[in-house]
Design a binder for this molecule. Sequence first.
Ligand SMILES: NC(=O)c1ccc[n+]([C@@H]2O[C@H](COP(=O)([O-])OP(=O)(O)OC[C@H]3O[C@@H](n4cnc5c(N)ncnc54)[C@H](OP(=O)(O)O)[C@@H]3O)[C@@H](O)[C@H]2O)c1
Length: 256
Amino acid sequence: MDLGLTGKTALVVGGGRGIGRATVRLLAQEGAHVAVFSRTASEVDDAAAEVRAIGRKAFAASVDVLDRPKFHAAFDAAQSALGAPSVLVWCVAPFWKPTRLQHLPDEELDQLLATDLSAALVACRRALDGMLELQFGRLVLVGSLVSQVGIAGGTAYAAAKAGLEGAVRALSVDYARRGITANVVSPGFTASERLEQRLAGDPEQREKLVRHTTRRALVTPAEVAEAIVFLCSTRAAAITGTVLEVTAGAHLNTLW
Ligand SMILES: NC(=O)c1ccc[n+]([C@@H]2O[C@H](COP(=O)([O-])OP(=O)(O)OC[C@H]3O[C@@H](n4cnc5c(N)ncnc54)[C@H](OP(=O)(O)O)[C@@H]3O)[C@@H](O)[C@H]2O)c1
């Protein structure tokens, strides 16, 4: 199936590793030129080198999405190098540790919402200008299953992810007639390097997460990337304002 991505420019924010990196790879394999943003320079450089090795153009920027002037400068530079992105994938993972709201300091609460919600909307706003000119755009924001199910100590993280879901519904109303769709991909526990490291010393917890899935195996970053890239494609023109869950059934299997 041709996804219609050949020659399109994509920006993956949070594309240095994990789900974002898998998405960068797949977008390039499907023919897109890809700009990659995240803080760790070696990781964005590696991701861009992989895109070039696949035969597409790439741009890498080491940038913290909380540093707005630097983010806007990186966006301008990516646009000069590759053209205006018609695909934006938001895949930033904010740092959070499970904390009940009563113990969550103001600064941590603000930082989490700023990283995972406000910065995502700023990126969408930046990308919309070019998309409106092109009369084509795909906004795909990575949410989380925690917006649907309660997670201990995850009030702020869940609120940010639920905010992304509300945002894509409104965006789809505002921009669908201009050829721009907006969707959330909502993963369950996904075996990214980060999660695997966390679970490495805790096989019991790993087994518990695996048992929650209906297929008895965690989701992989590549599987989440497949869903993201499909929503980025011309094939997904009629899908907007939705939440696509990629959970391996994790929330269906809680009773046994
Ligand atoms: N893995 C899971 O089980 C799971 C489950 C549900 C939802 N999700 C969601 O899936 C997305 C990707 O998660 P992942 O597991 O692939 O995480 P990951 O492997 O840690 O990757 C996250 C990416 O975000 C970048 N990032 C983090 N903070 C940033 C900042 N302030 N500015 C710029 N870049 C930043 C990281 O690079 P730097 O640190 O170098 O900046 C990295 O490239 C996130 O939205 C996460 O909430 C993950």
